[in-house]
Ligand binder design. Structure first.
Ligand code: SD4
Length: 327
């Protein structure tokens, strides 16, 4: 790390326990600088394994980074057993499945869609908004009309088995606020570093189960759920969106990397920032996943249980993130 950055970070309180780049802690895959040749794909949670495979196939077939992001995330959006993304997602308190997604290119162009109903692939809508409109984000009915005008696939949600769950929940009339915890945490965020070192990202979710109608989380917000700066790297977030938005989470991670932090240090600092801004951390799970230009990866969450899928030419594995505390 350059001395100038080291001083700046010391002032921020970031480098306690940090180490200069190039001095990897032996045995810890997530620590230190690690240069990787060739493309890499990382995605949040276990379903990222399948999504990464789809994205990898797209890259190998000559797809560009953004094609691969879209191809990979569409797999998760089509997974009827996934209760936090796409067609299988849980509804809001009035029984509507509303989807959020965003996508960001290595040239900083981006697109986002929020509160979208009845459309199977919000990630494709986000990409289309980026590529074919002068805007970054469309929401609700306007977004749905736009998607239909572009011939996007429509869907019927909630699925019957999800509707059944919803009706049970209604009967129970839970006063208790639903938590984003180990049972409700399936948002997928994906980052790709292509063979030339360019970074691309996407994020897609149905958000917080039984949320208030109209609620939008971090996932479609550029800078919160996803941020790319191709001079530096990229980051994605998962967990309680309200907490992630409060610290502009993914942007914070990328900016910390710009100031000299490794991806791991940056993810940890963003989590610490969330912890420092909330007096009650019970059930407040948030995690960040990041990659820099060299291909070094970082992942850190408030509670244990967060993992991510990693894919490159030689490796396809599910890896546990480091965490601040245990459930
Ligand atoms: C949200 N961040 O809507 C999403 C939910 C999530 O893992 O990521 N769950 O707040």
């Amino acid at each position: 790390m350059k001395r100038r950055n080291w001083i700046k970070l010391s002032a921020l309180g970031v480098v306690a326990g940090a180490f200069p780049s190039g001095t990897a802690r032996a045995g810890n895959w997530l620590s230190g600088e690690r240069e990787v040749q060739g493309a890499q794909i990382i995605s949040t949670w276990k379903h990222g394994m399948e999504a990464n495979q789809g994205a990898w196939k797209s890259l190998k077939n000559g797809g560009e980074g953004l094609d691969a992001i879209e191809a990979g995330l569409k797999i998760t959006e089509s997974d009827r057993s996934n209760r936090s993304v796409g067609i299988g997602g849980m509804p809001d308190a009035e029984g509507h499945v509303t989807l959020d997604a965003c996508i960001m290119n290595s040239d900083s162009r981006c697109g986002a869609v929020a509160y979208l109903e009845g459309i199977a692939h919000p990630i494709s809508v986000a990409r289309s908004i980026m590529e074919h409109t002068p805007h970054v984000m469309l929401v609700g009915e306007g977004a749905r009309k736009y998607a239909i005008s572009k011939g996007m696939e429509q869907m019927q949600a909630p699925l019957p088995e999800v509707q059944e769950k919803y009706e049970e929940w209604l009967k129970e009339q839970q006063a208790k606020k639903p938590e984003i915890n180990h049972e409700n945490h399936d948002t997928i965020g994906m980052l790709i570093r292509d063979a030339q070192g360019n970074i691309y990202g996407g994020c897609t979710t149905s958000g917080w189960a039984y949320k208030m109608p109209g609620r939008v989380g971090d996932s479609p917000i550029i800078g919160a759920g996803l941020f790319i700066d191709n001079e530096v790297g990229g980051a994605v977030a998962t967990g309680l969106g309200e907490a992630i938005i409060r610290v502009a989470g993914s942007h914070t991670v990328v900016e910390l990397m710009r100031q000299g932090c490794s991806p791991q240090e940056a993810c940890k600092e963003a989590v610490n920032r969330i912890i420092s801004k909330h007096s009650d951390m019970e059930g407040l799970q948030c995690g960040f996943l990041a990659i820099n230009k060299k291909g070094t990866v970082g992942a850190y969450s408030v509670y244990n249980g967060f993992n991510f899928a990693y894919t490159d030419e030689k490796k396809h594995a599910l890896i546990d993130a480091a965490h601040d505390r245990k459930w």
